[in-house]
Design a protein around this ligand. Structure first.
Ligand code: NAD
Ligand code: TDX
Length: 340
């Protein structure tokens, strides 16, 4: 089995590459990543010497490059993690979200059509369903929930999902799609809420909480996401969408306070700032389909998972301090200037 995993130098992709390389020594894993600001080969250190692992730098939206690569490698499977992934960046500058998330996906799909594929898997997000109201805790996203996006990011992801499913119906391409809730865990880029709060709290810096901090996210440990994708690519039915989530809903304020408590830092660091435009109120996944069809169950409860994650950031300060001192160093001042 030869797999191309795109976006394998990012947060979830690098966790998935490590999972596959270690679990399936007889699979050949090719990590294809453009190494944007979010891609980091440090994330692959634990597997970079393994004989079943190879890294290739390239752009999923570069048609000539992708077709040459498929002709040469003839992959059996493609798992597409590559994306622009940060909602705030999509609000500031939507265009590259269309290029990578939509055109990158259609380029990969066209290469799969031309060269043949046993399985194309699209890593999507619960954000394609829009949001749920805070006063209806009985409501959850199922695979039948209509797509109803809020941000340029989620719109680009929903668009990609529609192309993937259209290529199944129109051309019979063997595809699957997974829509997961918010991930947390090792190698999470420090622009996202949890690592941003951990790294800033450790430096006794102000912690920006959008609006009143009452928005709810359904947190899943990245290892549980990887295990779910492993099950879907091997046992999932072609043409199907699978939601992934573990019923770990928390308000943003609860998450921030949990981190402060674990780090023994004062809540006075919290600063309520101007809200994200179009900010989704609540995400909550109904995972019944993947649990009953594929026997998936998350291993991590948020309380233990977040404690382990905080410890990982304490043990790997060089990893995130390197990022904070590099190309990313001006990001906070630029992005938050109008909010603070
Ligand atoms: P990330 O931003 O950490 O990583 C994205 C990776 O894609 C980076 O390594 C980057 O270099 C690479 N990349 C970007 N543009 C590329 C291009 N044109 N060609 C090749 N590589 C390119 O993102 P993440 O948080 O790991 O998310 C991975 C996937 O999972 C995304 O598709 C995202 O939509 C989805 N997802 C994320 C979450 C979450 O909570 N982070 C939840 C559900 C779904
Ligand atoms: O500084 C902040 N302050 C704040 O209050 C940041 C960065 C975020 N927030 C809020 C916004 C959200 O309600 O915290 C929540 C989580 O924000 P993000 O970490 O930016 O994640 P979110 O917007 O929920 O999207 C994430 O989950 C779904 C990923 O980034 C997406 O790629 C994934 O599809």
């Amino acid at each position: 089995m030869k797999m191309i995993i795109t976006g394998g130098a990012g947060f979830i992709g690098s966790n998935f590459v490590q999972h596959m390389v270690n679990k399936y020594p007889d699979y050949q894993v090719i990590n294809l990543d453009l190494l944007t600001y979010a891609g980091n080969l440090e994330n692959l250190k634990p597997v970079e010497e393994k004989p079943n692992y190879k890294f290739i730098k390239g752009d999923i939206a570069d048609r000539g490059f992708i077709f040459n690569l498929f002709e040469k490698e003839k992959p059996d499977m493609v798992v597409n993690f590559a994306a622009e992934s940060h909602v705030d960046r999509s609000i500031a500058d939507p265009e590259c979200f269309v290029r990578t998330n939509v055109m990158g996906t259609t380029t990969l799909l066209d290469a799969c059509r031309s060269y043949g594929i046993k399985r194309y898997h699209q890593v999507s997000t619960d954000e394609v369903y829009g949001d749920l109201p805070l006063d209806r805790p009985d409501l959850f996203f199922t695979e039948e929930t209509p797509l109803h996006t809020s941000s340029p990011y989620s719109s680009s992801k929903a668009s990609a999902d529609l192309f993937v499913l259209a290529y199944h119906r129109t051309y019979g391409l063997p595809v699957t799609v997974s829509r997961c809730s918010n991930n947390y865990g090792p190698y999470h880029f420090p622009e996202k809420l949890i690592p941003l709060i951990i790294s800033r709290a450790l430096a006794d810096e102000e912690l920006p909480v959008y609006g009143k901090g009452e928005n709810v996210r359904d947190w899943l440990h990245v290892a549980d996401h990887c295990q779910a994708i492993d099950l879907i690519i091997h046992n999932g039915r072609e043409g199907e969408v699978y939601n992934i989530g573990g019923h770990n809903e928390r308000t943003n304020l609860e998450v921030v306070k949990t981190i402060l408590k674990a780090l023994d830092k004062p809540e006075s660091l919290i600063r309520f700032v101007t809200d994200r435009p179009g900010h989704d109120m609540r995400y909550a996944i109904d995972p019944t389909k993947i649990e009953t069809e594929l026997g998936w169950k998350p291993r991590y409860h948020f309380d233990t998972g977040i404690a382990q994650t905080i410890q990982w950031y304490l043990d790997h300060q060089d990893w995130w301090k390197n990022i904070l001192s590099g190309e990313y160093s001006n990001y906070f001042d630029k992005m938050y200037a109008s909010r603070l």
